[in-house]
Design a protein around this ligand. Structure first.
Ligand SMILES: N[C@@H](CCC(=O)N[C@@H](CS)C(=O)NCC(=O)O)C(=O)O
Length: 292
């Protein structure tokens, strides 16, 4: 069975596997008639990836999800693949940069990009934090690349593929020239990577965003949803709530059961219980005269 990738051909995460496959001589077919938001919600798809996200790779041994795991699998199909470096130390550095790309670059670009494109709610403070964190990461990457063509060693590794794919969404959709100019080594690195023949086969000609999309129009205050508030409690209610919580934590609350104390038998048992301090422990307490 061939390897089948479920995603659109340009999916920013799916392209990691496709480029790794070009470097590794591995053949990957795209799932036929894949439609984002439709194909990945079918019961058959959810059986393969319960979160319903793409990419997903079908292999002869079963499905794999998570794009980095898929790219690693594809690279490992080729024995002694240079994509994995040439020593244990290089391998560790490759993993280091894969993690850096996945945790410092990708989520911050996403947090900037998705709200600007109306795909998530926009919050100015969240955007500011994401851009600040992204700049910090790009500054570190820029320093690393000042004297290097590749992230690790002297040829393309899986770290370059994953880093370039993560930068791809940023360069394409939101990181304009005036933003990236502050990181000249990152720029030079990115354009070198995406113009390598194996990258170009998958990505085609790559362009840079020429403007940051404007802030999407916000709901007017009248339409904005009321924030849900905790009910305001009086001081007494507050104390009672605290007491109840304390009792619940100590397992000291009982189930109260109403009984008719005009009945002789009930009255006797209530009186007997009230007479003994510990008699209530774990018992259903009849409605007693202490509440009358
Ligand atoms: N960590 C996952 C992220 C996968 C992901 O977020 N995929 C997006 C498309 S790029 C998706 O399927 N979104 C659909 C959804 O959230 O329902 C990976 O690297 O594979």
């Amino acid at each position: 069975m061939a390897l089948v990738l479920h995603a659109t051909r340009t999916n920013k995460n799916g392209i990691k596997a496709l480029i790794a496959a070009e470097y590794s001589g591995v053949e990957i077919e795209m799932a036929k008639n894949f439609q984002m938001g439709v194909s990945n919600t079918t019961p058959e798809f959810l059986k393969m990836n319960p979160i319903g996200k793409v990419p997903l790779l079908e292999t002869p041994d079963g499905p794999i999800f998570e794009s980095n795991a898929i790219a690693r699998y594809v690279a490992r199909l080729k024995a002694d693949n240079p994509l994995y470096g040439s020593s244990l130390f290089e391998y560790a550095l490759i993993e280091q940069w894969i993690d850096f790309a996945s945790t410092e670059i990708d989520p911050n670009i996403a947090q900037w990009f998705y709200p600007r494109h109306g795909l998530k709610p926009y919050f100015a403070a969240a955007e500011e934090a994401a851009v600040r964190a992204l700049k910090r990461a790009l500054r570190a990457l820029n320093t690393h690349l000042a004297s290097k063509t590749y992230l690790v060693g002297h040829s393309v590794t899986l770290a370059d593929i994953i880093m370039a794919c993560n930068l791809y969404l940023g360069f394409l959709c939101i990181m304009t020239k005036s933003f990236t100019a502050e990181f000249p080594h990152v720029e030079r690195y990115y354009w070198t990577m995406v113009n390598l023949p194996n990258f170009r086969k998958v990505l085609g000609e790559v362009k840079q965003a020429d403007a940051v999309p404007p802030v999407p129009s916000q709901k007017k205050p009248a339409e904005a949803e009321e924030p849900t508030r905790e009910p305001v409690r009086s001081k007494v209610e507050e104390e009672v709530a605290e007491k109840v919580e304390e009792l619940e934590q100590g397992n000291k609350l009982y189930q109260w059961t109403k009984v008719d104390i005009s009945d002789e038998g009930n009255r006797e048992s209530v009186n007997a219980m009230i007479g003994e301090e510990d008699a209530f422990e774990g018992e259903a307490l009849p409605d007693a005269k202490c509440f009358e």
